[in-house]
Ligand binder design. Structure first.
Ligand SMILES: Cc1cc2nc3c(=O)[nH]c(=O)nc-3n(C[C@H](O)[C@H](O)[C@H](O)COP(=O)(O)OP(=O)(O)OC[C@H]3O[C@@H](n4cnc5c(N)ncnc54)[C@H](O)[C@@H]3O)c2cc1C
Length: 198
């Protein structure tokens, strides 16, 4: 079945770091989405770029977390859209979706790979999953960290939540120095039934 295109209207933009933005779009087509799916935007003629949905808001809006690549053909166009601008998008679509199972899940990502994992964790919480959850997330330095408050709120929604944050280039209290793959010891791995990597 063909996936339809529809119009997305930019409602808000929030600066998260020096090059990462949260963008919220409305969509009049009342589209449903699964946690982990993405939308392909027509950034410019011949320039289609995929962005994972980070969350859905109360009014059905689509939240994205997008890194603005300065010399990119697509991301600067989308990140610099004026509020109220329309952009055509195809989706939501994709196979990287949350399994509807209340088993221990481990979510591992870096950078804007945060987006689909955050949506999957929010969805796990909304579904009332009580199993152990781990969110293992890495960026280069403390300047690249975003969604600290949102991540703390997310953790509080689960009875058994492991949060592990890595900085690859600097040392800072509250973070591990290293890479997300450092988490993958046999002991840690043995505690989870599903892994979501982005
Ligand atoms: C399923 C899917 C989901 C995605 N979800 C997200 C998302 O949620 N948020 C998000 O920001 N991106 C996401 N992306 C990546 C996004 O689709 C684009 O590839 C990205 O925004 C770069 O596009 P661009 O046109 O700006 O750069 P391009 O013109 O394609 O590339 C310009 C230059 O920048 C380099 N480059 C590309 N990406 C990066 C980067 N991240 N950091 C540094 N250099 C880079 C390229 O190698 C190239 O040299 C996703 C991709 C896929 C396939």
């Amino acid at each position: 079945m063909a996936i339809a295109k529809s119009s997305f209207v930019l409602r808000s933009r929030r600066t998260l770091t020096n090059d990462v933005f949260e963008l919220v779009f409305d969509n009049a087509s009342n589209l449903s989405s699964k946690a982990g799916e993405y939308v392909i935007f027509d950034a410019a003629p011949g320039v289609k770029r995929a962005y994972s949905i980070a969350f859905r808001n109360e009014s059905g809006g689509f939240g994205f977390v997008i890194k603005r690549v300065p010399d990119g053909a697509g991301s600067p166009v989308i990140c610099d859209l004026p509020i109220g601008a329309e952009i055509s998008g195809m989706g939501p679509m994709g196979h990287f979706v949350l399994r509807e199972t209340d088993v221990a899940k481990c979510f591992i990502g870096t950078g804007t790979g945060f987006a689909p994992l955050y949506y999957q964790l929010l969805d796990s919480s909304n579904r009332g999953y009580r199993s152990k959850m781990a969110f293992v997330f890495g960026v280069r330095s403390d300047e690249d960290v975003f969604y600290e408050k949102e991540s703390a709120e997310l953790a509080a929604r689960f009875p058994d939540f492991v949060s592990r944050r890595y900085l690859s280039r600097v040392e800072k209290p509250g973070f591990e120095k290293g890479y997300v793959t450092d988490f993958l010891t046999p002991e840690n791995v043995s505690q989870y039934a599903e892994f979501y990597l982005c």
